[in-house]
Design a protein around this ligand. Structure first.
Ligand code: UD1
Length: 351
């Protein structure tokens, strides 16, 4: 069994990926300082798999603490690096926080990759590296435009640092460019657990439906799209998670063509914000309280993926539809709500 270190294992995509890796015969350890997560999702993975997962509560910006994980685990075969800040708006307000956190952590990890000669490294990148693309759908060859936010810039720089480092390294790298991750695990035990007021569309939809957020604002209705709202490519988090396993499998089987492979991970279908809202209303049977507001600074009009390469070379097939995304996200939100009600009513008993 190959041991994989998952950074950000307590986070949204990280936890779903831990589960998928375990289901596919990998041994996993996690590192997460829980600065923007709790152990709840890790516990969900443990419940589903019946396996205990070791999490190192370490800040990857601390080199010594990071190094100690590698010293203790000299059999790490691969790393999947999720741990990063991801709030676009916050990154505009606090660029240095994002440059520091997202880039120092990556540098520290790459130093350990170098010292310990780690064979495989998968990097969480984003469609944000394309900036505002001239043509859609985007392929992996679509030229990158200037980043729209400091967050996006950290992903561009991260990709560049890896590509440069790979020139003199024996490690095999994969850069996975996610489009809009959404939805939750069908068990209802894992999902997005925003540490603060959510900014992403799907948790805003479900939190509005459950009453945590009074009203959803659609940011802009005057874009040049079929209904005037922005267009995105919503990909189910379980499909995304499985792509990480497939990427590792490809490296292990030595089927990668270059030592820095790049894949778009989206469904290949563009959905507008208003269409996503309508899908939710239909699936959940709930009428959403929303209003149309002004454009959000930093938003691009439209982006969706050409995912041919991932389908062809990783044998990846997104299995979940937009309706599945909304149904699982809604189930997760309702489960969170009943847990919170139990706590506040005093009926919750630890066993
Ligand atoms: C952004 C990043 C993406 C990153 C993700 C992580 C860009 C281009 N994309 O995605 O790379 O992985 O954040 O956080 O930087 N919307 C509303 N009302 C809301 C919330 C969202 O109308 O209350 C709209 C937005 O205007 C946007 C769409 O929904 O058009 C999706 O927004 P969001 O979920 O925040 O993701 P992106 O901004 O697309």
């Amino acid at each position: 069994m190959k041991k994989i270190l998952v950074t950000g294992g307590c986070g949204y995509i990280g936890s779903h990926t831990l589960l998928d890796l375990i289901d596919n015969g990998y041994e996993v350890i996690s590192v997460d300082n829980n600065s923007r997560s709790s152990t709840r999702l890790l516990e969900g993975v443990e419940k589903i798999t019946g396996k205990k997962i070791k999490n190192y509560k370490v800040d990857l910006c601390d080199f010594d603490d990071t190094h100690a994980i590698f010293a203790e685990n000299d059999d790490i075969a691969g790393i999947i690096h999720f741990a990063a800040y991801k709030a676009v708006g916050e990154s505009v307000e606090k660029p240095l926080l994002y440059y520091h956190n997202n880039l120092i952590s990556l540098i520290n990890l790459l130093k350990c990759v170098d010292e310990y000669q780690i064979p495989y490294f998968v990097f969480s990148s984003s469609c944000t590296v394309y900036g505002s693309p001239a043509n859609i759908p985007v392929t992996e060859e679509t030229p990158k435009q200037p980043a729209e936010s400091p967050y996006g810039y950290t992903k561009q720089v991260g990709e560049d640092m890896i590509t440069e480092f790979a020139k003199t390294s024996k490690t095999q790298f994969v850069l996975l460019r996610y489009f809009n991750p959404a939805g939750a695990h069908p068990s209802g035990l894992l999902g997005e657990y925003p540490f603060d007021r959510p900014q992403n569309l799907t948790p805003v939809i479900t939190q509005t439906a459950i009453g945590k957020i009074p009203q959803l604002t659609v940011f802009g209705s005057d874009y040049n799209t079929r209904d005037g709202s922005c267009l995105r490519d919503f990909v189910h988090v379980c499909d995304l998670a499985h792509a990480h396993t497939l990427a590792l499998n490809q490296l292990v089987a030595k089927k990668n063509k270059t030592n820095v492979e790049v894949f778009n991970l989206g469904t290949g279908e563009g959905i507008t914000v208003l269409e996503a809202i309508k899908a939710f209303e239909r699936v959940a049977g709930v009428s959403l309280n929303y209003t149309i507001g002004p454009r959000r600074p930093g938003d691009i009009m439209a982006i969706y993926a050409n995912n041919d390469k991932a389908i062809r070379e990783l044998d990846w097939k997104p299995r979940y539809s937009l309706d599945d995304i909304m149904a699982t996200a809604w189930q997760w939100e309702q489960n969170l709500y009943s847990d919170e009600k139990m706590f506040s009513s005093g009926n919750f008993k630890l066993n």
